[in-house]
Design a protein around this ligand. Structure first.
Ligand SMILES: Cc1cc2nc3c(=O)[nH]c(=O)nc-3n(C[C@H](O)[C@H](O)[C@H](O)COP(=O)(O)O)c2cc1C
Length: 165
C-alpha cells in the first residue's frame, strides 16, 4: 500500500492553519548572554517528562533567540496570564514602549514579573527539526501562582478561559 504521507504534498500554510486548531497557552522564553537579556514569545512549549523533569520548546531557525540559547545553554519559560497580551506582542517583534521594568532576576536569569508560572531549565539536548530547532530542557527551578488565569492562543488569536475552572 502506498504511503500517502510521502506522496501527498503538505502545504505549509495549511499545516500551520491545521495545527492552529490546537489551543495552547503562551509563554515568553528568556535568556541571558554577554550581549544582554532577551525574550521571545513562544507557544510551542510542552511538558515532556516528570522523572527526570524535562520540558521542550521549538524555535524558528531565523529567531535571534536560537543563537542566544546556544550560547547560554539555559532558558526560562514564563507562562503568561490572560492580561499579558501586550507582553506576548512585545516579545514577538512588536516593541511596546509603554511596557517598562519587565524583568526581575531569578536564578541568574531575567524573568517576567507577574507571570502565571516560571520554569528555569538547562539545555539537555538540541534537535534539528526542519526549519525549527527543538530544545529539550532539564528543569532546575519552578514556581507558579496557583490561581493565575492563563492567556490562550487559538487560530492565530488570543483568548482566555470562559469559565472559572
Ligand atoms: C502567540 C505567538 C506564539 C509564537 N510562538 C512561536 C514559537 O513557538 N516558536 C517560534 O519560533 N516563534 C514563535 N512566535 C514568533 C516569535 O515570537 C517572533 O518571531 C519573535 O519576534 C522572534 O524573536 P527573536 O528573533 O527576537 O528571538 C510566536 C509569536 C506569537 C505572537
Amino acid at each position: 500500500m502506498p504511503d500517502t504521507a510521502v506522496l501527498e504534498h503538505i502545504d505549509p500554510r495549511a499545516l500551520r492553519d491545521c495545527c492552529g486548531r490546537f489551543a495552547t497557552g503562551v509563554t515568553v522564553i528568556t535568556t541571558r548572554t554577554s550581549e544582554g537579556d532577551h525574550g521571545m514569545t513562544v507557544s510551542a512549549f510542552m511538558s515532556v517528562s516528570l522523572d527526570p523533569p524535562l520540558i521542550s520548546i521549538s524555535l524558528d531557525r531565523r529567531s535571534r533567540m536560537l543563537g542566544k540559547i546556544r550560547k547560554s545553554c539555559r532558558f526560562a519559560v514564563n507562562i503568561l496570564t490572560q492580561d499579558m497580551r501586550p507582553h506576548a506582542m512585545h516579545f514577538a517583534g512588536r516593541p511596546d514602549d509603554t511596557l517598562t521594568n519587565l524583568f526581575q532576576d531569578r536564578h541568574g536569569l531575567p524573568t517576567l514579573r507577574s507571570a502565571a508560572a516560571l520554569l528555569v531549565a538547562d539545555v539537555a539536548r538540541e534537535v534539528e527539526a526542519g526549519d525549527h530547532v527543538l530544545f529539550l530542557g532539564q528543569v532546575r527551578h519552578l514556581d507558579y501562582a496557583p490561581d493565575a488565569r492563563p492567556l490562550l492562543y487559538h487560530r492565530g488569536q488570543f483568548g482566555s478561559l470562559a469559565a472559572h475552572l
